[in-house]
Design a protein around this ligand. Structure first.
Ligand code: GDP
Ligand code: CA
Length: 319
């Protein structure tokens, strides 16, 4: 079975770990979000690709959900001693090595997709991890700070400001001109099932879908497309997805996110058991829906969610 998953960072990575357990023989291609990418200290940092790679490769800081396990921060301290920031982005010593290797390879002319493959040669994530595009796309957020309207990089909004001011607009800068990375459209065309993990619908999955050709390829693939809600009990399980959902006029509920993707894209949607009331509303939007536990408390819980998603895909096929 060939499975394609559109993944952001933590939500995507934890789901993928479950999917690998649920479908050990499947051939899994992960299309990773690169809208969160940022250049820091002259280095190209790809937070979502790295979260997937470290999580599946056994190098993740489990508790935090991003960054490396057993991390130290000497380099960051030394940079700060020179007055060189930003100080609000947590790059540890071990993590820095990844960004140095990536930046070196990109400077040597390799596309991000080839660099990601090279990094994965070390981590062996057990999936094929492909960035959504080799072109530069950076998500920016329009905010008003002290009466001044400006656009800030997504990481500045998310990490520095902790989404403490309303997001007025979310713009994946560069997406319109971007081309899907090699292998992306091929993987979608050859997939038996396409999954949207409980990743951020706006700045993770939404950004991937903003690369011209990807949304269309998924809609036309003719195979079940099944998603899992990142919103449980009318709030994001982690993080501040409600802030960016508001920017695109979508309420933070499991049903509203399903409607936002729409039946043109989505065939099936899983909501948490606490949101069982919303199943009728999702079905009314023309999307098959089931309420099952959606909290990834451990790998087995995530694996059970993946089994439910694959079962719903089977149901889509026979319906
Ligand atoms: P990010 O790039 O690190 O923000 O990660 P993603 O975009 O992949 O996922 C973020 C989303 O995952 C957030 O909106 C969370 O609500 C959701 N999430 C995190 N943990 C869980 C969980 O255990 N269950 C569900 N249903 N969603 C989760
Ligand atoms: Ca992210």
């Amino acid at each position: 079975m060939r499975i394609v998953v559109l993944a952001g960072g933590i939500g995507g990575a934890r789901f993928l770990r479950g999917l690998k357990r649920a479908a050990p023989d499947a051939d899994i291609t992960v299309i990773g979000n690169t809208g969160d990418d940022i250049h820091l200290f002259g280095l190209k940092v790809c937070p979502d690709l790295d979260t997937v790679m470290y999580t599946l490769g056994g190098g993740i800081d489990e508790e935090q959900g991003w960054g490396r396990a057993d991390e130290t921060f000497h380099l960051k301290e030394e940079l700060a001693a020179y007055g060189v920031g930003p100080e609000w982005f947590g790059l540890g010593d071990r993590d820095f090595a990844t960004h140095i290797v990536r930046t070196q390879m990109i400077s040597a002319g390799y596309p991000l997709s080839a660099v990601t493959q090279a990094l994965c040669d070390r981590w062996k994530p057990g999936v094929r991890l492909v960035p959504m595009t080799d072109d530069r796309v950076e998500t920016h957020v329009a905010v008003e700070i002290d009466g001044e309207r400006k656009a800030v990089h997504f990481q500045e909004y998310w990490v520095k400001l902790r989404a403490s001011v309303p997001a007025e607009a979310v713009v994946p800068v560069g997406a319109e001109q971007a081309k899907p990375a090699p292998g992306v459209l091929e993987a979608i065309a050859e997939a038996d099932v396409i999954l949207f993990p409980p990743s951020n619908p706006v700045v993770s999955v939404g950004t991937i879908l903003a690369v011209p050709g990807i949304r269309e390829a998924i809609a036309d693939a003719g195979v079940p497309v099944v998603g899992l809600s990142p919103i449980v009990g009318d709030a994001p399980v982690r993080g501040m997805a409600d802030k960016v959902l508001a920017a695109v006029g979508v309420e933070a509920t499991a049903a509203a996110v399903a409607e936002h993707y729409g039946s043109g894209l989505l065939d099936g949607w899983l909501v948490d058991t606490v949101d069982a009331d919303s199943v009728t509303r999702v079905k009314a939007a023309g999307i098959l829906c089931r309420a099952v536990p959606l909290m990834m408390t451990d790998v087995e819980a995530a694996a059970q969610m993946a089994r439910e998603a694959l079962a719903l895909a089977d149901e889509v096929r026979t319906s």
